[in-house]
Design a protein around this ligand. Structure first.
Ligand code: ZN
Ligand code: ZN
Length: 363
């Protein structure tokens, strides 16, 4: 599937390898391996040279490797994956081999250098991640499909929110619906964080029963053809307080302002600042302790990062979230997150679920 697109990605990678004066690159991160080759096994590395492309893996993936990555020569190793990569690189006459220090373990690097002592190993970070920033039309379509599944799941599970229901039951229903309707999986464990737990930005879903007056943060995404979506909404159960209304309004305005600032050419840090200043000016800056958003693609969190001072410029084809949040231990948390595709002069919302201007109270 999609081997033409894979060939194009490998060609663009080779251009970047030339610029870095590398005559070989070992690709270790499963997400990068998948992006370049289509291989989805959990153990395997790619060896890319100017002329050749190989998938190095073991017996377990012999069939899967040939099926999912037909354009790659399958090099089978018994054990010690990176010793096999080192030998294959030597056989192909590689002298300067790039590797990604963020993904290759020390043990892997040792195996590599022992198997091929003449190789010049060069840390070459983010070459593939950089290619992944701009999504192709296919990739956008799959992310859009993943977002649509999460929209449907959210509509369903919002109807289950009521006192006495456990966070986990709601999360399970969301995951079940997405998978039944065609998702490969949830993009991440569905987060349902209620009451005091909503004040934890990365809360785990628990067996807690919802109570009247709770804030409930639901963070949900699906995966389609290897591509993720990501969205968050916040609700109140039965009733709410003036402070919760105020915080919701603030987060809502920050979200809209951040999304409105997206366009090609703007620095990620500038978008963060537009949204953050709204929360800071209201005196809640300390309670918004994370970045404004992140890229989404094969991984639910990938480049670029929209955070304070980030200089990376957004470009058409980048897909990012805008997700301000305010977390107060005594009140709970409010986070609102949409997924957007950056265009030259603005951005297209991929999230279809409505974002209410006032906190939705589920009666
Ligand atoms: Zn999220
Ligand atoms: Zn997110």
């Amino acid at each position: 599937m999609m081997t033409e697109e894979h060939a194009d990605r490998v060609a663009r990678l080779r251009t970047r390898m030339r610029e870095s004066e590398l005559d070989g690159l070992v690709v270790s991160a499963p997400s990068n391996v998948f992006y370049l080759s289509g291989f989805r096994g959990s153990s395997g590395a790619l060896l890319i040279t100017p002329e050749q492309a190989a998938l190095v893996s073991d017996f377990r993936y012999r069939l899967q490797g040939r099926e999912q990555a037909p354009a790659f020569e399958f090099v089978e190793v018994e054990r010690h994956l990176y010793a096999g990569v080192g030998r294959a690189a030597s056989q192909r006459g590689v002298r300067r081999l790039g590797y990604d220090a963020a993904h290759l373990s020390c043990e892997g690097a040792d195996e590599l250098s022992q198997a091929a002592p003449d190789l010049d190993l060069v840390a070459a970070s983010s070459l593939v991640e950089h290619l992944r920033l701009v999504k192709s039309r296919c990739e956008v379509d799959w992310i859009r499909a993943a977002a649509a599944l999460a929209d449907r799941a959210l509509a369903h599970i919002a109807s289950l929110v009521r006192p006495g229901v456990r966070e986990r039951e709601i999360a399970l229903e969301g995951e079940f619906l997405m998978r039944r309707e065609g998702a490969e999986a949830a993009a991440f464990d569905v987060i349902v964080a209620s009451g005091p737990r909503s004040a934890l930005p990365h809360a785990e879903t628990t067996a807690r029963e919802l109570q009247p007056g709770d804030l409930v943060v639901i963070d949900i995404g699906a995966r389609v053809n290897g591509y993720c979506s990501d969205m968050t909404r916040t609700f109140a159960v039965k009733s709410t307080s003036p402070q919760a209304r105020e915080v919701y309004d603030l987060v809502y305005r920050a979200q809209r302002a951040g999304a409105g600032a997206l366009r090609g050419g703007i620095a990620c840090g500038e978008v963060d600042a537009v949204a953050r200043s709204i929360i800071e000016d209201a005196g809640y800056g300390e309670a918004f302790g994370h970045g404004l958003g992140h890229g989404v693609g094969i991984e639910v969190h990938e480049a670029p990062r929209l955070g304070r001072g980030e200089e990376t410029e957004l470009a058409p084809g980048h897909i990012v979230t805008i997700e301000p949040g305010v977390y107060l231990p005594e009140l709970g948390g409010v986070r609102l997150e949409d997924l957007l595709a950056v265009g030259p002069d603005g951005a297209e919302r991929l999230t279809g679920s409505a974002m209410e201007a006032e906190i939705p109270i589920i009666r």
